[in-house]
Ligand binder design. Structure first.
Ligand code: NDP
Length: 314
C-alpha cells in the first residue's frame, strides 16, 4: 500500500499527478466525501498515509463563484478543516495543499507582481471572495497546525491551471476549457463563437503536468520548507490571445464575438515566482503556452464528447 494519499485525485491536477506518480492512492468524492468529518477520518484510517497532497475542492469559474458563493465557502471550509485536522491526528509527515492566486488582495491593496507575504494584506476580488477566503484559511489552519503540532506543510499557490481531464461545463468551468469547448462546438455547428467579457484581462496559465511536478518537488525535495509559495509560470496572456491560439489549434476560422455584459473578473493578477526559484525550482522547465494548449486541445478532440461537463458524456 502506498504511503502517499492524494485528495481530489480524480480531478484535472490529480490525473496529471497520477501520470507522474501512479503508486499513490488517489481519492475521489465517490469513495469519501471529505465534507464529512467521519468519512475523512475513515479515509485516513484505511490508508494511513505518511504524506498527503491535498487537492480536493469545489472548483468553479467566475460565474459559478459569483452565483454560489455560500456553497463554495461551506463545502471548501469543511473539506479543508477535515483534511488538515486528520493530517494532525494521524501524524502525517508532510502535507502539500493547493491554494490559488485568487487568495491575493484586489488591485488597490496589492503590489505587482504578487508575492506570498501579500496574501492577507487586503480583501480579495469580489468575484470569488468566498472561495478566496477559504483558501486563505487553509493557509492559516496549516500554519496553526505547524505551530501547535509541528505539522510539516507547504501551501502551493498556482495561477490558472489547464490541461487534460479538465471540466468543460460552460457555467462552472475555467476559461481555457470553456473556450476549447465553445470553439470546437462552433466549428462543428458552423456558428460564431460567443465568449464572456471583452477578452482584455491578462492571466498566467500553467499546465497541470507542471503543477504536478511542482507538488512533488515540494513534497519530496523541499521537505524543510513550511509556508506558502507561488508555483506557476509568470508569463501573462490576454484571454483574447488564448482564444486565438485555441481557434488556430482546433482549426476554427469563424468569428469570435465578445460579450462584454458577462463577467470578466480582475483585469490582471501577475504573480512572482522568485521564492520558488530561490527554493531551487527551474523556471525554464515549464511547458510553453503553445505546446500546453496543443496538448489540451488534442486531448479534448480525442475524448469529446466523453469529457467532464459535456451533457452527453459517458
Ligand atoms: P477538479 O474540479 O478537476 O477536481 C476536484 C477534485 O476534488 C475532484 O477529484 C473531486 O472529486 C474532488 N472533490 C470535490 N468535492 C469533494 C468532496 N466533497 N469530497 C472529496 N473530494 C471532492 O479541480 P482541479 O484539479 O482543477 O483543482 C485541484 C486544486 O487546484 C483545487 O484545490 C483547486 O482549488 C486548485 N486550483 C485549481 C485551478 C484551476 O484553474 N483548475 C486554479 C487554482 C487552484 P470528484 O471527481 O469525485 O468530483
Amino acid at each position: 500500500m502506498s504511503d502517499v494519499l492524494v485528495t481530489g485525485g480524480s480531478g484535472m491536477v490529480g490525473s496529471a499527478l497520477k501520470e507522474l506518480y501512479p503508486s499513490a492512492k488517489y481519492l475521489s468524492s465517490k469513495e469519501y466525501d471529505l465534507r464529512s468529518s467521519i468519512e475523512t477520518r475513515l479515509a485516513f484510517q484505511e490508508h494511513r498515509p505518511r504524506y498527503v497532497v491535498h487537492l480536493a475542492a469545489k472548483v468553479g469559474g467566475v460565474k459559478g463563484n459569483s452565483d454560489f458563493p455560500s456553497d463554495f465557502f461551506t463545502e471548501n471550509s469543511m473539506i479543508n478543516t477535515n483534511v488538515i485536522d486528520c493530517c494532525v491526528k494521524y501524524n502525517v509527515k508532510r502535507v502539500v495543499s493547493l491554494l490559488s492566486t485568487c487568495v491575493y488582495p484586489d488591485s488597490e491593496h496589492a503590489t505587482y507582481p504578487l508575492t506570498e507575504e501579500q496574501m492577507h494584506a487586503g480583501p480579495p476580488h469580489e468575484s470569488n471572495f468566498a472561495y478566496a477566503h477559504v483558501k486563505r484559511m487553509l493557509e492559516v489552519h496549516s500554519r496553526a497546525a505547524r505551530k501547535q503540532h509541528g505539522l510539516s506543510y507547504a501551501c502551493a499557490i498556482p495561477n490558472n491551471i489547464y490541461g487534460n481531464n479538465d471540466n468543460y461545463d460552460l457555467e462552472n468551468g475555467h476559461v481555457v476549457p470553456a473556450i476549447i469547448r465553445k470553439v470546437w462546438e462552433a466549428k462543428h455547428k458552423r456558428k460564431d463563437v460567443h465568449l464572456w467579457g471583452d477578452g482584455s484581462p491578462l492571466r498566467e496559465f500553467t499546465h497541470a503536468s507542471d503543477i504536478a511536478r511542482a507538488l512533488l518537488f515540494l513534497l519530496w525535495t523541499k521537505t524543510d520548507f513550511h509556508g506558502m509559495v507561488n508555483i506557476g509560470t509568470t508569463q501573462e496572456h490576454s484571454i483574447k490571445e488564448i482564444a486565438k491560439k485555441i481557434a488556430k489549434e482546433l482549426g476554427y476560422s469563424g468569428n469570435i464575438i465578445w460579450d462584454a455584459d458577462m463577467p470578466s473578473g480582475q483585469h490582471r493578477k501577475p504573480s512572482s515566482n522568485a521564492k520558488f526559484i530561490e527554493l531551487g525550482w527551474e523556471p525554464n522547465t515549464y511547458l510553453s503556452i503553445d505546446d500546453g494548449l496543443k496538448q489540451a486541445c488534442d486531448w479534448f478532440k480525442n475524448n469529446y464528447p466523453y469529457v467532464r461537463g459535456v451533457e452527453n458524456s459517458g
